[in-house]
Design a binder for this molecule. Structure first.
Ligand code: MLT
Length: 242
């Protein structure tokens, strides 16, 4: 098994081979999406922009879908839900289709979906955070195919929590003795540094500090909790399901 990591969105180009793609967005899209599917959401459609979310929403019968997502961490005007995982632990989302537009995570998912659809040999797209770590590692181990771990990052740049999460996935895959590229090795070193202090790493990360500054600090322990759910969101035909 070969593992490539894209620590920032710009380091995965079209030249990369057919692989499964694991999209990470610890703060907070992956955490919210896992939470939503665990609490009975039917499916989640990740979209790349707010405009696209509104267009998609208008194509569904009223009451069947919820518009979800954030800009600058806050719920978008006219949307039903924001991107706080605690909002998704509710009966409101049960059996609903969620159209999900977050700044980085859903954009990355949409990109991964397009990329997979262009491959001749089909891979799969998974979503990962600390909350579903064990389930993701198990899935990758059992399928035993090459994978690209894509960190959503922040506005096209690096984010500490996504890189450390990538490193934890790699650490879990050690028994399979995978071949690692340089970014994967870097992620592994970062995780080794922060293992045992994931929550404080998240609190001290750039986006973690930003979320605290806008009053969303209560989301951080949720995003830091390891193996909260035994769910791997898989993207198929434009929808994530558990
Ligand atoms: C994102 O996709 O950029 C994030 O989930 C941002 C956030 O709401 O914290």
């Amino acid at each position: 098994m070969q593992i490539q990591v894209a620590l920032v969105p710009s380091t995965w180009g079209e030249e990369r081979r057919s692989v499964s793609i694991v999209v990470i967005d610890v703060l907070r899209a992956a955490t919210s999406i896992v939470e939503a599917l665990a609490h009975g959401a039917r499916r989640v459609m990740p979209v790349a922009s707010v405009e696209e979310a509104r267009i998609r929403h208008s194509e569904f019968p009223a009451g069947e879908v919820l518009l979800c997502g954030e800009r600058e961490g806050r719920r978008i005007d006219g949307f039903d839900l924001g991107n706080s995982p605690v909002e998704y632990a509710s009966d409101r989302i049960k059996n609903k289709t969620l159209i999900f537009a977050s700044t980085n995570g859903s954009k990355m998912l949409a990109r991964a979906g397009e990329r997979i659809s262009r491959m001749s040999e089909k891979g799969q797209v998974f979503m990962a955070g600390f909350v579903n770590m064990g389930a993701v590692v198990h899935r990758l181990q059992t399928q035993d195919r090459d994978c690209l771990i894509a960190c959503s990052g922040r506005d096209g740049g690096f984010s500490l929590e996504d890189a450390a999460c990538a490193g934890m996935i790699i650490d879990g895959l050690r028994p399979s003795n995978p071949a690692l590229d340089d970014e994967a090795k870097t992620a592994q070193i970062l995780y080794a540094h922060y293992s045992g202090s994931i929550e404080s790493m998240i609190r001290d990360s750039f986006h973690g500090r930003y979320l605290q500054s806008i009053g969303m600090g209560e989301d951080l322990p949720v995003c830091a909790s390891i193996d909260r759910f035994d769910i791997v969101p898989v993207l198929q035909n434009g929808y994530l399901t558990a």
